[in-house]
Design a protein around this ligand. Sequence first.
Ligand SMILES: [Zn+2]
Ligand SMILES: [Zn+2]
Length: 596
Amino acid sequence: MPEPLESHVDLSTLTKDERLARMRHSAAHVLAEAMVELFPDAELGIGPPIDTGFYYDFRLTRSLTPDDLVWLEDRMRKSVKGKHPYRMAAIAKAEAVDRWKDQPFKLDLLAELEEGNVTQCTHAAFTDLCRGGHVNHTGEIGAFKLMSIAGAYWRGSEKNPQLQRVYGALFETPEDLAAYEQQLEEARRRDHRRIGKEMKIFELFDEVGPGHVVWLPNGATIRRELQRWVEDLEIELGYQHVITPSVAKRELYERSGHWAHYQDAMYPVMERDEEQYVLRPMNCPSHIMVFASDLHSYREFPIRIAEFGNMHRWEKSGQVTGMSRVRIMTLNDAHIFCTDEAMVESEVAGVLRLMERVYGTLGLKNYNYRLSLGDPENKEKYVDNPPMWEMGEALLRRVLNHVGLEYVEAKDEAAFYGPKIDVQFQTAQGKDETLVTIQVDFHLPNQFGLEYVGEDGERHRPIIVHRGVISTLERMVALLIEECEGNFPLWLAPQQAVVIPIADRHIEYAQSVAAQLKALGLRAEVDARGERMNAKIRDAQMRKVPYMLIVGDREAEARAAALRVRGGGDKGAVPVVEIVERLRRERDEKALTLWD
Ligand SMILES: [Zn+2]
Ligand SMILES: [Zn+2]
């Protein structure tokens, strides 16, 4: 009997994270124990803890089914009841190689271990290669549930055999597990990929490419509303809109530094007749060209150049997701050219105020500001210019304090050329994502030798503020769908009203009602199909149309419509002039809620 390597551990003395890590690791052993009973020839991969539970990879003679998961979970619970202690043992490498000779993946792992470092763990009748970190016995593994089966390559490489991965959720208490399951359910309910498909907002096609979003008419409507609104705000705030090409010569990005620092995220070079072009990954160099098209005087500053610009980023095909992570995107981008730090401060403050205004109108609440700093040690990732970093970081800190916004600071999260303020959003999936950034940049003006004529008549170098507000249209629409579950406020709803005639003889009146709405630019249609009225109402509810106007004999006579509101409200007969006026106002005010 080998000497035990792990002594009794009092779980209550550990932090919650440490306890969970031990529970999850220990549960993976129990899953493998169950699997080996179901498939005595199962080849075992690895089974690490993850932040919601654990998984284990197996090579099996057939594909696992949902019924298998039920059986395995049941078998695991038996092991839990048995309260089997986990016993660690050291073993000579040669002995281990013999012991695991039928387990190719374990042999692969063993090959990397040095003599004297080989340990294994036994509980009940099951043994696994393991470095330790368990609870005392199987009775202590907490509340768990097997969740799903997925494919996974050995060591994550497509060149290796494909294994079946079983995921389990594991938390300390049944209450924590239930809360996690509820959160998953909520995320599923809000998932923009499902809602986007149901509402015909966007589509993704294999033939078009992963991460290449096709905006359907409904999505294009939402996008157009957002873009027009933001462009109008920008015009009001003194931005000048430009249109620049999304393809440029490779030299442009060599000069900007993207080629050196950002090439991995770029599409490959297009070459023909000895010319080399790339799809732009960012709009900055294009806007710098706009600035450089003229010799500016200090009197013109700040110069705010804006564009809904297309960008192309080579995300791994396995990593693109719906509209929230894509390869081709349109950013609400702007570059503000400033003369000095004081101007930078007031411009950044202006951008922060614009953000607050825009997110307020959109009803977004789950966000906070993050001051993202560089890392002076990391000369590879960041431009090496310590005084520039210090100045930029201090400046952004001052503005955040001045505007009075709460924020957190995070090291090693900056752009390669400078520190930034990130707007961090909590998604419906429970993830923290950077939506947009504000960056202060002393670097690109140097790279491009930018100059303006100062008050003294001399040439000076401007400073650039890079900023987004509503992020990319792709990400913002994904976020909005998940925030409102597709129940858009009136101004963004792809279809704002449906007029439903009760019988064919009411179609003409229905069309006159729709015409009155359309005359004010409201998106209204008549559902003249031969379906029953209730089916049409149900259909409009499914499409999440805010207002349904039902018209029959009585309504036609009274110049009215029976008004139904999305979500169930029934207003009864309302004069059409009143409905039209109400909807127009609601749209113009960008009201977040419907008529209740
Ligand atoms: Zn272990
Ligand atoms: Zn930029």
